[in-house]
Design a protein around this ligand. Structure first.
Ligand SMILES: [Cu+2]
Length: 572
């Protein structure tokens, strides 16, 4: 393994080099920069950040944001916003107990940051636009430093102008390992990481990120979020990987897309989900492949079976780790597929001066698409039978008895004449929160290690991926409440207890606006283990040493950018 250990290359020198090189020189110099800070692609097309700190328990990497072309759609070049000139940005790897130091240079013409999605960082390192000041444009610098507390798959992306910066390529995987745990559980050593995305590209390859000018289309984009027309895996629409027949592999997957739900399946193969947002789950979760079933409205067409016990469903921001054994014969090719699922899409039509909302009736009916072509090479026959351990990593349920409730309400306005929709995450009072916000009067306040129930009421006809920064929660249950159709009323308990930082809050059960709602309860402990004294975050404007609140928001980026966002304060 190449390690860049030339200690003479201090960060001061790096800082002195990076700016002039990027600003003044051409492709050769930037390619060289990528070589200095980023490893060549691995078999999955993933590239790792180079750790140039020789100390065994410190990982020190350089991440530089700048605009650079990438080939996303085959045969075409797209100008992207990148970390280190590549999409996705380099994967950052470290082990539990390591200290991670990231030198971040921002050469974009606008402020930026790195938000460590799903990572228990000190409040000052969270990188959100309310917790920190932005890293200035045109060469701004910021050092992020934190201890690696947990083995899991996470990711990083900016939290300034997120809808544009993330969408145009600024995201990367984070893999934190506990080698002793992996070895004790006998997890396959062969592993790959896949960052999934979809981008909306014009014919000429440019990103179509501006809001549509047609009011009805504008309203649809805002209500549904932006789904793309090119599916990307590790930055390519034609991703291939070799596997060996009969040899189990561990795959890590991140859904980095703005709004697209990713439902994953490998025909003919069971996937053992072993990990989620917070790393290994309590027990393996066997996920059979998604079959195709006839569609009642159109019997000649078959659609993906909507039964969510099949395949693996990831909403934007969610991660999964799974183990599977290629059973197909060497010399054949199989595929990791994307499958459609209904998530409460709206269609908007213009009738006179009015924009009229309807719910899509043909949702979840798009044909499966290939995400990754898997070429099976000779391995071992008969196949290695990987028996998943009965227990992986014990998860202690959070005791919510007598725990106060934090109320969150997800909703949106009807579209204005230009199609613009305002989203909100109202809490105690019913006034829309200002955005960007620094001092909402009603931001809930907790102390370290306080336990709360976050009760998310979804008034809308769409599913929303709820995300909170800096902490994990455990979904408790989902209650469907419908005043018009009492038959819809029911409460569904969440399956095995799992720590998560993104969860899908399902759409209301009825179609009539205002007549029904969904209420999801999440247990959360504002745990400061490993971060004692470092999780304080109030509604004050952040400074270099103090942090603004911990954000929670919908991870549909169009929704978040239009107001479906608020925060919790943690004070001494
Ligand atoms: Cu949303």
């Amino acid at each position: 393994m190449i390690r860049f250990t030339r200690s003479a290359l201090t960060i001061a020198l790096v800082g002195a080099l990076v700016g002039p090189l990027l600003g003044a020189l051409g492709a050769g110099a930037t390619a060289q920069l990528q070589g200095v800070f980023t490893m060549p692609p691995d078999a999955a097309g993933q590239r790792k950040a180079i750790d140039f700190n020789p100390a065994a328990n410190v990982v020190e990497v350089v991440i530089a944001a700048y605009e650079w072309p990438a080939q996303l759609r085959t045969g075409q070049t797209t100008m992207c916003k990148t970390f280190n000139g590549i999409v996705p940005g380099p994967r950052i790897e470290a082990n539990v107990g390591d200290k991670l130091i990231v030198h971040y240079f921002n050469f974009l013409p606008e402020p930026s940051s790195i938000h460590w999605h799903g990572i228990e960082v000190p409040a000052t390192e969270d990188g959100s636009h309310i917790s920190q000041l932005g890293v200035p444009a045109h060469g701004g610098y910021r050092r992020y430093e934190f201890d690696v507390l947990r083995a899991h798959t996470a990711w990083y992306h900016p939290h300034f102008n997120t809808m544009v910066q993330l969408e145009q390529g600024m995201y990367g995987a984070v893999v934190f390992r506990d080698p002793a745990e992996d070895q004790r559980l006998g997890l396959p050593a062969a592993e790959s990481t896949f960052v999934l995305d979809d981008v909306l590209l014009f014919l000429d390859g440019t990103h179509a990120t501006i809001w549509p000018t047609d009011p009805a289309k504008n309203a649809e984009r805002q209500l549904n979020g932006r789904e793309g027309n090119v599916l990307l895996v590790n930055g390519s629409d034609a991703r291939r990987i070799d596997v060996q027949e009969g040899v189990p592999v561990r795959w890590r997957v991140v859904n980095a897309s703005s709004a697209r739900f990713m439902r994953l399946s490998i025909p003919g193969h069971d996937l053992y989900r072993i990990g989620g947002d917070a790393g290994l789950i309590a027990a393996p979760d066997k996920r059979p492949p998604i079959d195709l079933i006839p569609w009642w409205q159109w019997p000649v067409q078959k659609v993906s079976n909507p039964d969510t016990t099949k395949g693996i469903l990831l909403s934007p921001g969610e991660r999964a780790e799974f183990v599977w054994t290629p059973l197909a014969k060497a010399g054949t090719s199989i595929a990791l597929q994307w499958h459609d699922i209904a998530r409460g899409l709206h269609t908007v039509a213009k009738q006179g001066n009015m924009l009229v909302l309807t719910h899509s009736h043909n949702e979840g009916t798009r044909a499966p698409e290939t995400l990754v072509t898997i070429d099976v090479k000779p391995g071992t026959t008969p196949p290695v039978t990987w028996v998943p351990p009965a227990t992986l990593r014990p998860v202690t349920p959070i005791n919510v008895q007598n725990a106060p409730t934090i109320d969150v309400m997800f909703g949106h306005s009807l579209p204005a004449q230009d199609g613009n929709v305002t989203f909100f995450a109202q809490m105690k009072n019913m006034a829309p929160l200002p955005f960007p916000m620094v001092t909402p009067a009603d931001a809930p306040t907790v102390k370290p290690n306080d336990v709360r129930i976050i009760r998310v009421t979804n008034m809308t006809g769409g599913d929303h991926p709820f995300h909170i920064h800096g902490f994990f929660f455990q979904p408790i249950d989902v209650q469907y409440i419908d005043s018009l159709t009492p038959a819809n009323n029911r409460t569904v308990a969440w399956g095995p207890t799992e720590n998560k930082d993104v969860v899908i809050v399902p759409r209301r059960p009825g179609l009539v606006r205002g007549a029904s709602r969904t209420v999801m309860r999440l247990a959360i402990r504002f745990d400061d283990t490993g971060r004692q004294g470092k999780i304080y975050a109030s509604n004050k404007v952040p400074t270099a040493t103090t942090s603004g609140g911990w954000l929670f928001h919908c991870h549909n980026l169009e929704h978040a950018s239009r107001g479906m966002m608020s925060f919790v304060q943690v004070i001494p």
